[in-house]
Design a protein around this ligand. Structure first.
Ligand code: 13P
Length: 324
């Protein structure tokens, strides 16, 4: 077992203080392969951007935390070998149980999320507080969630809509009672491919900046997090379908809306799907064009190059270039 400082990481405290003060968001990217990890590091090194690497509990099943911690350590070594000092945090994305959070802390994560958002308020408070008390003893920062993110699936359907967003009136009490270090809120983003429904005139609904502003007014200076912020480039959806896949055309979160949220005080923005669909589209295309291929290197190197472009662009969307 090891502590995150031995692996060269930092927790998110100072990252968020700087992001809040300077009006940008720290990019938080999920990775599920070595190529994706390398693409993220390529981009943050080129852009001099702080970064939060997101690993869900499933990645533990896929790779094992021992390997994960060493992969991240190798990326930090790469930064230092280049004479740079870019802050890197390995963050548990959507830890659902206290035990998962303990595992992550013991395996060198500098930051964890305990997601009690599906629980009744008081149960979410209790689970989050227990996790915070434990994590803080190890210097690890904790993100919690209030509000149901999948609510945006119902956007436009009267009646069910507002109740699914974060209730700003509850935020101050939640933060005070739990001692969490940052809070993911629901203002219209959504995980995965199914995000928002276009308005009848074809325009896209805006994120609920009014809720965000209300939250910021109630907990000024407190780091707010946005999940589910991928833009879903239709080019990759088309490519996946052209080369044997079958996924629905969907509307993602317009990037200018993410930039606006970052200017308003959102300190961390999570992106998974935009990285995944680009790599999968490219993989399907290359395999279709190379039916005699016998190993994955025919697409892995190209995927790294392509995903790097995605992350370079996302860093610009969040305004974090040159902030390390
Ligand atoms: P996307 O599915 O929009 O990329 O969101 C990812 C996320 O929020 C992971 O926690």
């Amino acid at each position: 077992m090891y502590h995150y400082t031995e692996l060269g990481q930092v927790n998110t405290k100072e990252m968020f203080e700087k992001a809040y003060a300077e009006g940008y968001a720290v990019p938080a990217f999920n990775f599920i392969s070595i190529e994706q990890f390398n693409a993220i590091m390529d981009a943050v090194i080129e852009k001099r951007s702080p970064v939060i690497l997101l690993a869900s509990p499933n990645l533990h099943k896929q790779l094992g935390y021992e390997i994960l911690a060493r992969i991240v350590q190798s990326g930090i070594d790469r930064i230092h070998n280049a004479g740079l000092d870019i802050p890197v945090a390995l963050h548990l994305d959507h830890g659902m149980t206290f035990a998962q959070c303990v595992d992550a802390v013991e395996f060198g994560f500098s930051s964890i999320m305990i997601d009690g958002s599906a629980l009744p308020f008081e149960e979410n408070v209790a689970l989050t507080k227990k996790t915070v008390d434990y994590a803080h003893r190890h210097g690890v920062t904790v993100e919690a969630e209030l509000g149901v993110l999948s609510g945006a699936e119902e956007a436009g359907e009267e009646g069910s809509r507002t109740s699914l967003y974060t209730d700003p009136a509850k935020v101050e009490e939640f933060v005070k009672k739990t001692g969490c270090d940052s809070l993911a809120i629901s203002i219209g983003t959504c995980h995965g491919l199914v995000k928002i429904k276009p308005n009848p005139d074809g325009s896209l609904p805006e994120l609920r900046y009014d809720i965000l502003q209300d939250v910021m007014n109630r907990v000024p200076g407190f780091p707010i997090v946005l999940h589910g912020a991928s833009a879903i480039d239709p080019k990759f959806v088309d490519m996946i379908n052209q080369y044997g896949g079958h996924i629905e055309a969907v509307a993602g979160i317009p990037e200018e809306q993410v930039t606006k949220a970052a200017h308003m005080g959102v300190c961390k923005v999570n992106i998974a799907t935009d990285g995944w669909i680009s790599a999968l589209a490219n993989t399907r295309k290359i395999l279709a064009e190379n039916p005699a291929a016998i190993d994955s290197r025919v697409f892995t190197l190209k995927n790294r190059v392509m995903m790097k472009e995605i992350y370079l662009h996302k860093i610009d969307v969040m305004g974090s270039a040159g902030k390390a």
